[in-house]
Design a binder for this molecule. Sequence first.
Ligand code: GLA
Length: 381
Amino acid sequence: MKRKGIISILFIFLVVLAGCSAGKVKLPAQSEVTDKVLKDVFAEHGMKVGTCISANVTQKEATSNLMVAQFNSCTMENAMKPDYILDQAQSKAAGKPVVKFNKEAISLMGWAKKNGFSMRGHTMIWHSQTPDWIFRKDFAINGDYVDREEMLARMEALISGVFEELKTLGYIDLFYAYDVVNEAWMEDGSMRASNWRTIIGDDYLWYAFYYADKYAPESIDLYYNDYNEQYKADCIAEFVKTLKDDDGRSLIDGIGLQAHLFTADDVTTYLEGVDILAETGLKLELTEVDVGLGKYQGALVNTDTNLKTQGRYCYELFQGLFERADAGKIRMDAVTFWGFSDGFSWRREYSPQLYDSDLDPKYALYGVMQIKEHAGYDPAE
Ligand code: GLA
């Protein structure tokens, strides 16, 4: 490329960069707007409020301080997923799946305990982020898959192993909820394909809850967790009715609604889904909330206008949830956001969180906190 071309591209880049930072409208600090923090607002409705955590955010002073000040529940973003908690060499040696939490998981539990957090466990039975060798003979990386009986035994060892390890480590009391199964249903009402299902059969879901109920302490609520829940609500509501033991007792305590939303999604439709799920009588929790700007295949730039839309979206969504909780229409112990800052979010291109990447508050934060005058509305609204 000619020198002149490079210079003009550089110039355009600098102009865009300057435009972006100059464009940021700084909102008043939380302490100027309210004497409450997030966890005070949720406590008023009988709920905890959580964020997902990783060593990346617990080990930095600024992010750790923000989380400790605002939240009182947390979920590991990755460190308790099957890929991270199963030890292949020890499983081979023992002839059954061996659960061993890694250094990150143990340090995150230590951080949570030290800072007075409660925890959600996430997750055990999932089609994704699960080692393929757990399904194969001799825990080998290739070769034949095991049969149904062997796979059920492995499922039992995995689930019992999680609770036993947490007891051994002395952290079991931190946990109040566990996502036993993640994302087993499709939007069209069919069951998602997975190795668990192929090898065991469709009743793998029943067995997952049967074993979890057998080994979990009473203090831990057992959850089914899924995304696009507003479109799967009827299907999930039917499914959870099947999770009963021989005496008709429910093996499941709650439904986790991931709530990976977009500002283009309709709040009313979402709340209708919540109402359908509430009719099951089970507890509900929003487990991974983030509200992206735009839609899945169309992220919007974080202009002040778009951020205001997000603020109003959050205001309306949480107004709907708090009203339902206060009226006893939903039983909701906690809401968990999938992060807290746009800078650390897995969906950062959609700017979906309550604080921006400088950890400054967004309209979305004040929307969730129901502080309407800072949630992105026109003064007249
Ligand atoms: C799903 C899972 C989460 C996480 C997100 C992406 O929602 O339940 O554990 O993997 O995807 O971070």
